[in-house]
Design a protein around this ligand. Sequence first.
Ligand code: CP
Ligand code: NVA
Length: 298
Amino acid sequence: MKLDTKDLVSMGDLSAREIRDVLAFGIQLKNKRRMKRLLGGKTLGMIFSKSSTRTRVSFEVGMYELGGHAIFLSQNDIQLGRGETIEDTARVLSRYVDGIMIRTFAHADAVSLAKHAAVPVINGLTDDEHPCQILADLMTIFEAKGTLDVKIAFAGDGNNVAASLAIACQTLGIHLTIASPKGYEVVKAVRDRTPSIRYVNDPREAVRGADVVYTDVWTSMGQEQEQRRRRAALKKYQINEVLTNLCANNFMFLHCLPAHRGEEVTDAIIDGPHSRVFDQAENRLHAQKAVMVGLMRR
Ligand code: CP
Ligand code: NVA
């Protein structure tokens, strides 16, 4: 499997065919763990300016299972944290590694890294997007439902996860409604490029008849000082038994994790029979292995 794009910085970097190829190959890799040394002798550099459990471990294990190696580069420990530019970091790392994953704040930094790196760059989350997450989520939906012809509802903060979900659903023609309160909507630039996505304010309108209900934290990394205000603004968007009564009978609940239980979702839902959140977390590994092979196996 080979992807046409050099980098995966935005969900919009992948065509519908490329997304479908990643999902199909990810499922193949999942069924045959440690299949082949498809990236034998290759190295992935992983720059982290924010915390991570799933992204770090899934990329590192993924590279190992593909016969390669991953290096964890905390922003605080590399010269980037002391003011070396993103451009110079890109040029230097490109002399050593075969791919770079970056988790950071400003999306523009990931764009700039990709522009100046000779090797593929993968977005492991920025303030604007989280494309690898959405590939794992689509894989989870496909595995559970056998199709991507589903009705998805996202209720909550119109954040990075919601934005990448909107772009993916636009690309694939998936029915998606996003409900967020005023002031917490998906940014205009993404709304403008996703004309087939429904954006509403009422969470009930979004979840009515939905096959998949998705939410994420109300306070993302870097927004901690806004937590009280966000809790108040998003209170009505909690995924609980009252709201999910409006969903299709066999709906599935998704959350990218980490969850703030009791805020955006109740224990009864996240631990209940409809929840697929740990399959989702597992699928980060398989979907990203497919992405890395698609980008780094030249
Ligand atoms: N979902 C996700 O990206 O998790 P981490 O922040 O733990 O990497
Ligand atoms: N929206 C969350 C996702 C964490 C995986 C954040 O950016 O913190």
